[in-house]
Design a binder for this molecule. Structure first.
Ligand code: ADP
Ligand code: MG
Length: 378
């Protein structure tokens, strides 16, 4: 009886999710840090506890004025990595069912994007979304084996800096970018909705440990690239991609899912006036790609005929995974520091606009995809 009730609850939950459309927006406020100045978190940011807003509301006070927001979920400074992941695990799971999933961390530099995505390497409790997702996927793969499913997984990791792609798994130590060679890292999409980036390293993976090893390699290659290019860590987008291909011969089914986990460049408004030369170019590139991402999401929501995917490398790369019946989650990270209140408001306003977007496109009739995950988590 209990199990039946639980199954029913999950079914209802999934149905509600399906009805709501394919975009979710979560907000996460990081704890106060010693560098944040005087702790006035209770005055700057608060979390309303009315029935309607509990766990979903956030209020920001700026110059005596209160600005309220509501999202699908709001995580407070006390929320653990585990609590955040519980809310996301279902979405991650759907990649095994053949969905294309994008999870973005958005926010100003220092707001907790990398903490949310990666966490503290080596610390069990502090693991972020990427390592947790992989553990869940490889666990689920074992369980689905019993139902006759065979999965193959491939990983790639890249960085987009100044509208150029950098391969983070390339064995070439000099950390090549596409700036010199036009053909290298050219993005192509085939008719099956697969993305191919020319010369990008793609690695077959069989365990979450193998992926953890690759994540380390990518982190090293990121820092080498940064010193070489005199770049700051917050200036590039990090894109982790897991391609999942599953076959079930007895059921004659085949699924292809993609999980993209993206740590975006800092969203702080960068002043153009003070920047010259390389800095100016960098500023323009970040502004362009973040606003292109917004433009794409809004165009999808308004069901416009032309979706401007081609306006930036990031949106073009992710084109098959944005829109259609793919699923998007935006985690908007916010700092509680009073000195960041303007940036926090900007991020929340952006998130509120995304949240108001309902991208619901009719499901494909012929698809073998499931409405419900075959294995439920969370
Ligand atoms: P970003 O990637 O957005 O620039 P980081 O993830 O590097 O920001 O976070 C900035 C600092 O705040 C880091 O020292 C990080 O460890 C800390 N931090 C961020 N979020 C949390 C959190 N939820 N709990 C504890 N520390 C956090
Ligand atoms: Mg970061």
């Amino acid at each position: 009886k209990v199990i039946e009730g639980e199954a029913l609850r999950k079914k209802m939950h999934n149905t509600i999710l399906e009805l709501k459309g394919n975009i979710r927006v979560f907000c996460r406020v990081r704890p106060f840090l010693s560098d944040d100045g005087i702790d006035s978190v209770t005055k700057t940011i608060s979390f309303p506890t009315t029935t309607e807003a509990l766990g979903r509301g956030i209020e920001v006070v700026q110059q005596g004025q209160t600005h309220p927001f509501m999202f699908d979920k709001v995580f407070t400074p006390q929320s653990s990595q585990e609590e955040v992941f519980v809310e996301i695990s279902q979405l991650v799971q759907s990649a095994l069912d053949g969905y294309k999933v994008c999870i973005f961390a958005y926010g100003q530099t220092g707001s907790g994007k990398t903490h949310t995505m990666m966490g503290t390497p080596g610390s069990y409790d502090d693991k972020g979304l990427i390592p947790r997702s992989l553990e869940q996927i490889f666990d689920a793969r074992e369980k689905l084996k019993e139902q006759g499913w065979k999965y193959e997984m491939q990983v790639s990791m890249l960085e987009i800096y100044n509208e150029t792609i950098r391969d983070l798994l390339s064995s070439n130590k000099s950390c090549s970018t596409d700036s010199g060679n036009k053909q290298q890292y050219a993005i192509k999409h085939d008719s099956n909705g697969n993305t191919n980036v020319a010369d990008l390293t793609i690695v077959d993976v069989r365990s979450s440990k193998e992926v953890a090893f690759l994540l380390n390699r990518a982190a090293q290659s990121r820092s080498v690239g940064k010193t070489q290019m005199n770049e700051q860590s917050s200036r590039s987008h990090f894109v982790f991609t897991l391609r999942i291909s599953g076959v079930n011969e007895t059921m004659e089914q085949h699924v292809q899912g993609v999980l993209n986990l993206i740590d975006l460049a800092g969203s702080e408004r960068l002043s153009k006036s003070g920047s010259t030369g390389d800095r100016l170019k960098e500023t323009q590139a970040i502004n362009k790609s973040l606003s292109s991402l917004t433009d794409v999401i809004f165009a999808l929501a308004k069901k416009e005929e032309h979706i401007p995917y081609r306006n930036s490398k990031l949106t073009y790369l992710l084109q098959p995974c944005l829109g259609g019946d793919s699923k998007t989650l935006m985690v908007v990270n916010v700092s509680p520091a009073p000195s960041s209140v303007n940036e926090s408001l900007c991020s929340l306003r952006f998130a509120a606009r995304v949240n108001a977007c309902e991208i619901s496109i009719p499901r494909r009739q012929t698809s073998m995809r499931y409405l419900e995950p075959r294995l439920s988590y969370g």
